[in-house]
Design a protein around this ligand. Sequence first.
Ligand code: WQD
Length: 339
Amino acid sequence: MKTVLVSGGAGYIGSHVTVELVQSGYNVVVADNFSNCDRTCFEGVQKILGRELPLEVVDFCDAAASDALFAKYHIDAVIHFAAFKAVGESVADPLKYYGNNLESFVNVISAARAHGCNNILFSSSATVYGETDKLPVTEQSERQPATSPYGNTKQICEDILRDCVKAYEGIHGIALRYFNPIGAHPSALIGELPRGVPANLVPYITQTAIGKRECLSIFGNDYPTPDGTCLRDYIDIVDLAKAHVAAVTRMVDGRMKLDYEIFNVGTGKPVSVMELVTTFEKVNNLKLNYRIAPRRPGDVTAIWADTAVGEKELGWKATRTLDETLASAWAWEKKLAGK
Ligand code: WQD
């Protein structure tokens, strides 16, 4: 049995990935410092799996602690999620982002290398593509200059991984570029738990529907798109988690074609903000309080994935429908509210 270390494994994406890895036959060590999440999702993961998992409370900015973790377990692959992720906060406090997101990744790679763990998977983002008219974006599409320090840390971490793979014999790296992950596990035991006012669309929608927020603002309806609202590629969180299992398996089975590979993780289907809102209303049989607001600075008009490479190389494809995903997001919000 292979062992995978999931850094940031108690967070939104990490907890769903942990479930899928264990259900696919991997040993998983979850590591998190709980700086941006509580124990809810980790407990939910254990409930779904019906057993306890090893949990290490580690800050990967602590190089000695990172090293000790790799010394304690025999790790075959590491998936690195541990990072700050709020775009706006990164603009206000760039050093917090450069300090944490870069240092932790450098420490993870160093510790992995020192202990013979050669397989490193990095959680990147479609944000690296920026604004482009050539849609859908392929893995070969040129990266645009980052529009926020957060986005820049994703680009720099990709480069760090690429350079380490090139320099250090034996190391393999995969960067998965996520589009917009949404939804929750069908069990409603784990899901997204934003702190404070949500910055992302779907948690804002579910919190408005439950009555925690008064009204959803739709940021701009004058974009050059069919209904005037922005287009995104919303990827179900369980589908996204399964892409990680496929990527890790490709690595540990020695099936990579290049030592450093990049894959888009999306559905390949653009969905507008308005379409997402009306689909949410339809599948959950409710009316959402919303209004049209000015554009949000920094938003790109449209972005969606070309998924051909991932389908061919990872043998992975998104399968959950938008209806199912939005129903799962609502089930999770209701569960949180005790309804
Ligand atoms: C989606 C659409 C908004 C909120 C960001 C990061 C990216 C990533 C995921 C993170 C846009 C509109 C939103 C609201 C709205 N990674 N919207 N009202 O901006 O595509 O991507 O999150 O960890 O790196 O940049 O996602 O969910 O914020 O927005 O109208 O209250 O919904 O304008 O068109 P985005 P989002």
